[in-house]
Design a binder for this molecule. Structure first.
Ligand code: CP3
Length: 329
């Protein structure tokens, strides 16, 4: 890991509803319309880079976008999230979902990335959902708190489960390779909901597929960020599968987690997104508390999960400046 002259910072969901400009665009276009229209998608992706002065752009998209060419029929419902109209119920249902060629099925993603890299002088992060998080939507039919349908499918239909996970791992690796071939200079894999599994279930039902997925990405020579929420108990496996940056949420400490990972990977995190709503002295203390734990190169300042719609852009700018002005030891 190479030293930088300041700690880099970007925010998960840095483009979104907290921005008046985004809300204005959303009056005319749905979320998926924005993703499919390169000029608008480029503009939305660039908004936070220009406003906040962050050190990376993240492609504006959604983890559900590549599910459409696989045969998943869904809508994104405001305040809920993805709602799937043809969820997986029986083992056979897994056969309905197919691999796809990203260049043919999602050409607007490549087009947006190509437009963005011309405009940007910071890295562009491409991304995808991880197989477990995507499978959970496909089986639950929408967001879930307990993941009972997903876990039952895993336990009762292990063969079909592994078939689904293999398919998703291959499809998402191909999709990421496509994003990098178009110009993305880093990637992040969001396994937002995998922390709901215990260590043994992760090892048996998820880990082999993450090894396959990250294995396929090894030749890309870009940072491979692997992020989960409430996944402190899984961090070592999230590193060992082949990622080069592990994303942490606010429930764990930066210094302890980094040590646990033997400093073999960079780490990213981990401000509580709700802290952005706190008075500045409290928020400043929380940012400093994170930065004080950083004693070597290889740290990326971020939130522990996505920005909330109630956030204030001026506060995000203030955090960015605070991190940039932090004196490295
Ligand atoms: O700027 C960025 O960070 C890129 C934008 C981005 C979106 N979705 C756009 C979006 C990213 C990185 C995602 C990933 C995503 N989508 C994840 C993984 C990250 C995480 O938060 O854990 C997940 C689980 C989803 C599924 C999803 N899509 C949810 C839970 C929601 C929120 C529903 C709601 O209304 O609260 C969405 C919709 C969505 N995706 C929005 C945005 C900006 C908000 C709704 C909108 O503008 O219509």
């Amino acid at each position: 890991m190479e030293p930088a002259d300041h700690i880099p910072v970007w925010f998960m969901r840095q483009a979104g509803r907290y921005q008046p400009e985004y809300r204005e665009i959303r009056k005319k276009y749905s979320l998926l319309d924005i993703c499919r229209e390169p000029d608008i998608c480029t503009e939305v992706t660039l908004l936070p880079v220009r406003q906040l002065g962050v050190d990376a752009a993240i492609l504006f998209s959604d983890i559900t976008l590549p599910l459409e060419p696989m045969g998943v029929d869904f809508d994104i419902v405001e305040g809920i999230g993805p709602v799937i109209h043809n969820p997986i119920v029986h083992a056979d249902d897994v056969n309905k979902f197919t691999l796809f060629n990203a260049a043919e099925s999602l050409p607007y993603v490549g087009q947006t990335i190509r437009q963005l890299v011309k405009e940007l002088n910071v890295p562009l992060i491409g991304f995808t959902g991880a197989p477990f998080t995507l499978a959970s939507y496909m089986i639950e039919g929408g967001p879930s708190k307990s993941f009972t349908k997903t876990k039952s499918f895993m336990y009762y239909q292990p063969e079909a489960w592994h078939k689904l996970m293999e398919k998703l791992a291959k499809a998402m690796a191909d999709y990421l390779i496509y994003q990098v071939s178009c110009g993305a200079t880093a990637i992040q894999v969001f396994d937002s909901w995998v922390g709901n599994l215990g260590i043994e279930d992760y090892r048996e039902y998820v880990y082999p597929h993450m090894q396959t997925m990250f294995g396929a990405l090894q030749g890309l020579n870009v940072p491979l960020i692997h992020f989960g929420v409430v996944s402190g108990h899984l961090l070592e496996m999230m590193k060992d599968c082949g990622s080069t940056v592990v994303g942490l949420d606010w429930r764990v400490r930066i210094d302890e987690s980094w040590k646990l990972l033997n400093y073999e990977v960079a780490v990213q995190g981990n401000l509580d997104p709700a802290a952005i709503l706190a008075p500045w002295p409290i928020l400043e203390k929380k940012c400093a508390h994170i930065l004080e734990q950083v004693d070597r190169p290889g740290f990326i300042f971020n939130l522990g999960h996505g920005i909330m719609p109630q956030a204030d852009g001026d506060v995000l700018k203030r955090i960015t400046d605070f991190v940039h002005n932090w004196n490295l030891k």
